[in-house]
Ligand binder design. Structure first.
Ligand SMILES: *Cc1c(COP(=O)(O)O)cnc(C)c1O
Length: 396
């Protein structure tokens, strides 16, 4: 048995491998330069092209690009009609943005627990949380594994709710035989550098109802419409503000990068899947951890590869294993501290331990391993070696 670096052994890697990183190529750089020299800096033709490309990959009839994934959630909830006193039911196993966006609108995020197998929002738990004030159900496709969309479609239909998928992890994933975003009401995306494609900062909302799409589009630019036909204005300078929107615009430079990146989405997701299959195979015989599952009939996009430690099979806790993996040169992280346990949520929204036992129990055992398309086969081997070495050393 080889000694882990943290116990004085040789580390697997000399330099740290991050958990995620963008892939930028010459075509991306040329696309941005062309936009930069085109005369349009913001809100020009590159946005239209990016939105057309987004409609194509999501198979949604409408898509609007926006300044970031958090703004996309804010816009989608707004378009769904969420306002003060309303409730948005979502998962605690997510980035705080999913529920924060409801707070921006004066609404109350209501958490429901997750499914033990997938760590996705549990439809049964959601059903128990629906009240007359509920407006939106907001599942997150955790780590890139699609949520149970059939069940959420049924719940939304039966209760007259709007379904907003936080698909920040799931661009390129498939569920019900279609890309994420192709069904349901709205889906939101993030183009932060660790996500599947990047625009630096950026986001988008895809929508099926043209009214939702129109509200998202206005929301990103102060709630202003210039569409005289739509509003009946005659003057040549016509524009009017009809909603309280924000400046959530994305730039042409970013959109040009996004279009170029989307051209490689399939290759990016395929490489992520290949890495995930390599990890699945390499860790199959380890009794010290559980690997993420791909639900049959879905295509997992592996934004993350979160393993769950079997603490009953280890002599040490998650913190020590985490530190030991860091010492081997892995940029491991934890997704996520359940949102209801953050101080803000405890103090202002009554969040407390024990409310969502499945999410809380999973949190104690989670470690996200590096996965991104630019990883080399050697990088993948390093992760495998480090995880096997550390978990074998500390095995009971
Ligand atoms: C990244 C992320 C967001 C926020 O996206 P930004 O572009 O960083 O604002 C929202 N929800 C989830 C689940 C995310 O992972």
């Amino acid at each position: 048995m080889r000694k882990p670096a943290i116990e004085g052994g040789e580390p697997v890697r000399k330099t740290t491998l991050p958990y995620g990183r963008q892939s930028i190529d010459d075509a991306d750089a040329r696309a941005v330069e062309a936009a930069l020299r085109s005369g349009w800096i913001t809100q020009g033709p590159a946005i239209d092209a990016f939105e057309a490309a987004l409609r194509k990959v999501t198979q949604a009839p409408h898509a609007h690009a926006i300044s970031n994934g958090t703004a996309a959630l804010h816009a989608a909830y707004f378009a769904a009609g969420v306002g003060p006193g309303d409730e948005v039911v979502t998962t605690p196993m997510t980035f705080a943005a999913t529920s924060n966006a409801a707070l921006y609108l004066g609404a109350r995020p209501v958490f429901a627990d997750v499914d033990e197998r997938t760590l996705n929002l549990s439809p049964e738990a959601v059903a128990e949380r629906i009240t007359p004030r509920t407006k939106v159900i907001a599942p997150v496709h955790f780590a890139g594994g699609p949520a149970d969309m059939k069940a959420f479609h049924d719940l939304a239909r039966d209760h007259g709710l709007v379904l907003v998928e936080d698909a920040a992890h799931a661009l390129g994933a498939e569920v019900l035989g279609k890309p994420v975003g192709a069904t349901g009401d709205m889906a939101t995306y993030s183009f932060h550098p660790v996500k599947h494609v990047t625009t630096g900062e950026g986001g988008a909302v895809s929508a099926h109802d043209p009214q939702h799409a129109a509200r998202v589009k206005r929301f990103r630019s102060h709630g202003i419409t210039k569409d005289a036909k739509e509003r009946g204005g005659e003057e040549p300078w016509f524009y009017e503000m009809v909603d309280l929107g924000y400046n959530y615009r994305i730039t042409d430079l970013q959109a040009a990068l996004g279009t170029s990146q989307l051209g490689r989405l399939d290759a990016f997701v395929e490489r992520r899947r290949q890495i995930a299959r390599a990890y699945d195979a390499a860790f199959k015989d380890l009794e010290t951890l559980e690997t993420p599952v791909e639900t049959p009939g879905t295509r997992h996009a592996y934004h993350l590869y979160p393993i769950r430690l079997r603490l009953d099979r280890l002599k040490t806790g998650r913190r020590e294993v985490f530190r030991a993996l860091q010492a081997e040169g892995l940029g491991v992280t934890v997704h996520y501290i359940p949102v209801h346990l953050h101080p803000y949520y405890r103090q202002n929204l009554g969040g407390a331990k024990g409310q969502h036992p499945v999410a809380e129990g999973a949190y104690e055992r989670l470690v996200s391993l590096p996965v991104f398309p630019a990883m080399t086969d050697q990088d993948v081997q390093d992760v495998v070696e480090a995880v096997r070495k550390v978990t074998t050393w500390y095995a009971r």
